[in-house]
Write a protein that binds this ligand. Structure first.
Ligand SMILES: Nc1nc2c(c(=O)[nH]1)N[C@H]1C(S)=C(S)[C@@H](COP(=O)(O)OP(=O)(O)OC[C@H]3O[C@@H](n4cnc5c(=O)[nH]c(N)nc54)[C@H](O)[C@@H]3O)O[C@H]1N2
Ligand SMILES: Nc1nc2c(c(=O)[nH]1)N[C@H]1C(S)=C(S)[C@@H](COP(=O)(O)OP(=O)(O)OC[C@H]3O[C@@H](n4cnc5c(=O)[nH]c(N)nc54)[C@H](O)[C@@H]3O)O[C@H]1N2
Ligand code: SF4
Ligand SMILES: [Mo]
Length: 791
């Protein structure tokens, strides 16, 4: 097997990559009847595309931020070229154009390192030593272990891990959940690594997470604030940048608040406001201070729709001094007015900038404050989420065209799309981030630890199915600690991984299954938050080697567990896709037939006007209360008050100084804040091994010239980024595009520890901390202190 990870350790030229791939593939081809070499060669040879070429419409199914039309040009069973949407590009339907990742897809599909056969672990767990086995042996072993663990520990010991690598409606994870549901159940998770805090905290204000207008409405905004949001790189819905650009052309002022001078700042912004990570709530508090003291807030809106802004609008029984206004003006317990001077010292944002920003947001109406998800992936990310919702309410920007209520990406208008039926008799659920605790001390964990659905868990996690994900190691916090945890076979007794590559997580498998690739199967995908469409993913080429489709192998497993009939209901995969379309048509009679949909590859709903979140609630509040306990926008939350943890879970949003934030004494040892944002050349860890992407955007740590000079670091130098949790070596990019005191390591590089455990690739999660956030029990993967030295 070709597992030459050195291929992507060093940036290599496209020509050299092709030579290497061809050589590696030559060896592999000898093992199979399929002409692998020919396929690999085709990556370099995209010449004669027209004769005998069939064009197959599909779409990427990664957790990549977008969902685009991808057209595979297939000749003699090989994809020779990839193009994208070529339908007329109109305002009513802008093209769903693919980004560089799907366009480079042949490099991933025909990568010499693709896993080709089922394997079992032969070395120590995590060591990466495997032996080829047959599918029958793999499925028999999985069936035996599932049976044993179910009998010995019960369903709460069986965990289908968060895994976002395949977003298809008929992904392997879905089939496994369906099968385990029939077999007795499995431990659920709630939340995501993406939006744990946004999802959890937003409903405390509004009663729902679907708080966004549709993007066509941005042209109606006079001011747009992108707060910790970088859609140029992260996309957040194919065409988000198109709609933002239209808003700009229509005259909107655009401000970006981010420690980095991002690509979004370059392409869109009128103003960049750099801010120290974890301190956004101090800026929000001071903005509220300016609005209140200059009487710029929308008192009529607050009186009519909100609870807890001032002492006159508090729920009964709450002692005086606990309203939001009292906190802002320093009339509460802390006796500290949240002045611009106060906030400047915390955030690093000059007081005049704060005053100007507050005045602009309060007066340039309608205005949209779009919260990104970076600042919520922080130690107290819930405060950021709630803080933004309150500013939207104070300025009266909720429920109106051109305004915006909360986090980006959760549009109020949704469609009801059919799904594969899953019935899980097990009600227990953990936050998707806290599985290490559920391994170590699950039995007995309850609500305070982030368990929902049951009073206490009855078992520790003993069996993990990790199907299309790298959060077992790479994407979860603190790789070194996680690796140690997983190495211990007395804790998790059995791990099944389905993958396309030997990723850091795959190395921890006991049974490793080779998955098919999205070009090799039929599926249906929904877009991210925005867009109102559905795409059919047509199979373009046959599956290679012994890679198999999820439905196939999970059906075999169902058979071994005596559940084949119940699991399949006699349906083929195509029958299930028809089922999804039929269910969708029940809710949306206008949706095309299966045949029409498959042939065209997409369906897009058309609406006469943009969706405006909470329009009804604002226009007719008597008949349309907000879905909160009080029926109002809850600036003060009685539910949070009752949690009785005012330091970490205050009833009103406020600045909570963060551990490993700028005020943590640990800064003496680790003086730099390290954020770990998403990178345009990858979808998380997916595409890290595609050398063309390394050419486009190498793995580097951004460091400000001031911090670099103090350390004798020059642009391109190899540096060591480290803290007590781990260390990595990677090149430095010395750039004023990041503020002093902050460094940035893009998340997703594959963890590659050397003999001393020092990561040689730049995996962000060697320095991140496993420390769930207080309310959502989510991931704070942008909260880190580190030191950087020349390597
Ligand atoms: N190219 C690409 N696109 C993607 C993905 C990918 O891996 N690659 N992943 C997709 C997925 S699953 C998700 S969840 C989304 C993620 O989308 P986001 O969570 O919005 O993306 P991030 O890059 O983590 O953070 C956004 C910005 O927040 C800034 N930031 C970090 N900390 C702070 C802070 O404390 N305050 C402020 N004001 N800003 C801060 C970062 O510098 C960054 O520019 O992206 C999606 N899109
Ligand atoms: N430090 C830090 N860490 C983060 C974040 C951060 O901002 N900072 N962001 C977090 C976020 S928002 C997210 S969503 C997670 C994402 O973390 P993951 O869900 O682990 O996503 P990926 O890293 O893309 O891993 C997906 C894996 O699936 C594999 N795969 C792709 N397609 C298929 C398929 O069809 N079948 C199978 N079996 N496998 C397939 C890919 O090869 C890849 O290894 O990472 C989180 N981790
Ligand atoms: S990776 Fe995602 S955003 Fe890029 S083309 Fe593919 S589906 Fe679209
Ligand atoms: Mo995510």
């Amino acid at each position: 097997m070709a597992e030459d990870t050195k291929l992507w350790l060093k940036p290599i030229s496209r020509r050299k990559f092709l030579t290497l791939s061809a050589a590696a593939a030559g060896g592999a081809a000898a093992l199979t009847t399929l002409s692998w070499g020919k396929k690999v060669d085709a990556v370099s040879n995209s010449g004669s595309q027209d004769e005998g070429v069939k064009i197959v419409p599909t779409s990427g199914s990664h957790n990549c931020g977008g969902r685009c039309i991808v057209k595979a040009h297939v000749k003699d069973g090989v994809i020779v070229r990839i193009t994208t949407d070529d339908a007329p590009d109109t305002e009513a339907r802008p093209q769903l154009r693919a980004c560089l990742r799907c366009r480079s897809y042949r490099n991933r599909l025909y990568h010499p390192d693709r896993l080709k056969y089922p394997m079992k672990r032969v070395g120590k767990r995590g060591e990466g030593k495997f032996q080829r086995i047959s599918w029958d042996e793999a499925i028999t072993t999985i069936a035996e272990q599932t049976k044993r663990i179910m009998q010995q520990y019960g369903p709460e010991a069986i965990y289908v891990h968060y895994a976002s690598g395949n977003a298809g409606k008929v992904a392997e994870r879905v089939w496994m959940q369906r099968l385990l549901g029939l077999y007795g159940g499995y431990l659920n998770y709630y939340g995501t690594y993406s939006t744990a805090q946004t999802q959890y905290a937003t409903p405390y204000t509004y009663g729902t997470i679907n708080t966004g207008n549709s993007r066509e409405d941005w042209v109606n905004s006079k001011l747009i604030i992108l707060w910790g949001w970088n859609p140029t790189e992260t996309i957040h819905g194919t065409n988000t940048m198109y709609y933002l650009r239209r808003a700009k052309e229509a005259g909107a002022k655009i401000i970006v608040i981010d420690p980095r001078y991002t690509d979004t700042v370059i392409g869109l912004a009128d103003e960049w406001i750099p801010i120290r990570p974890t301190t956004d709530n101090a800026l929000m508090d001071a903005m509220a201070y300016v609005m209140i003291t200059e009487n710029l807030h929308d008192q009529a809106f607050l009186d009519k729709y909100c609870l807890g802004f001032d002492e006159e609008h508090m729920p009964p029984g709450i002692p005086p001094g606990n309203s939001y206004k009292s906190y802002i003006l320093g009339l509460g317990d802390d006796k500290t007015p949240k002045t611009p001077e106060w906030a400047e010292a915390i955030t690093g944002v000059p007081r005049n900038t704060i005053i100007k920003l507050a005045r602009e947001y309060a007066t340039m109406k309608p205005a949209a404050l779009l919260q990104g998800w970076g600042p919520q992936r922080q130690a107290y990310g819930e405060q950021f989420v709630r803080g933004g919702t309150v500013l939207a309410a104070i300025t009266g920007n909720v429920g109106i065209s051109g305004g915006w209520a909360s986090g980006a990406g959760y549009q109020a208008r949704t469609q009801k799309i059919g799904s594969i039926p899953i019935k899980n008799p097990c009600k227990a659920s953990i936050s998707c981030f806290i599985w290490p605790d559920a391994i170590k001390r699950g039995k007995g964990m309850g609500a305070a630890d982030g368990v929902q659905g049951v009073e206490r868990l009855s078992a520790n996690i003993k069996l993990i199915f990790n199907l299309a994900g790298n959060t077992l190691i790479n994407q979860h916090s603190d790789c070194n600690a996680t690796a140690q945890l997983l190495q211990d076979e007395s804790l998790v007794e059995f791990i099944v991984v389905s993958e396309q590559f030997m990723t850091p997580s795959a190395k921890f498998a006991d049974i490793l299954l080779p998955a098919d690739n999205y070009m090799e199967r039929d599926d249906i995908v929904t877009p991210w938050g925005f867009g109102d469409y559905l795409l059919f993913m047509n199979k373009a080429v046959d599956t290679v080697f012994e890679c198999r489709n999820g439905y196939d192998w999970v059906t075999d497993l169902a058979d071994k567990l005596g559940l084949k009939e119940q699991f399949t209901e006699g349906r083929t995969l195509e029958d299930w896709l028809r089922y999804i379309v039929d269910e969708t048509r029940k809710n949306h009679p206008e949706f095309p037939t299966y045949e029409e949909f498959k042939q065209k590859g997409y369906y897009q709903w058309q609406y006469p006007e943009p969706a405006i979140a909470f329009k009804k609630q604002i226009e007719d509040p008597v008949n349309n209360p907000f879905p909160t306990p009080s029926g109002k926008i809850e600036i003060f939350s009685e539910r949070l008050w009752k949690m009785n943890n005012p330091k970490e879970i205050p009833a009103i949003p406020k600045y909570v100084p963060s551990w490993e934030g700028p005020q943590d004494p640990l800064r003496e040892k680790y003086p730099l804040q390290c954020i770990t944002p998403h990178y345009r050349r990858r979808s998380h860890s997916t595409f890290d091994n595609v050398p063309w992407m390394e050419e486009v955007a190498p793995q580097v740590v951004w460091i400000n010239p001031i911090d670099a000079e103090a350390r004798g670091i020059k642009d391109g130098d190899k540096v060591k980024v480290f803290n007590d949790r781990g260390a990595m070596i990677l090149p430095a990019k010395v750039t004023p595009r990041i503020m002093p005191g902050v460094v940035s390591v893009p998340q997703g590089a594959w963890w590659s520890p050397d003999a001393n455990g020092v990561d040689q690739r730049g995996c962000a999660n060697v320095i991140t901390k496993y420390h769930p956030t207080p309310l959502a029990h989510g991931n704070p993967q942008h909260t880190n202190l580190v030191q950087v030295v020349k390597a």
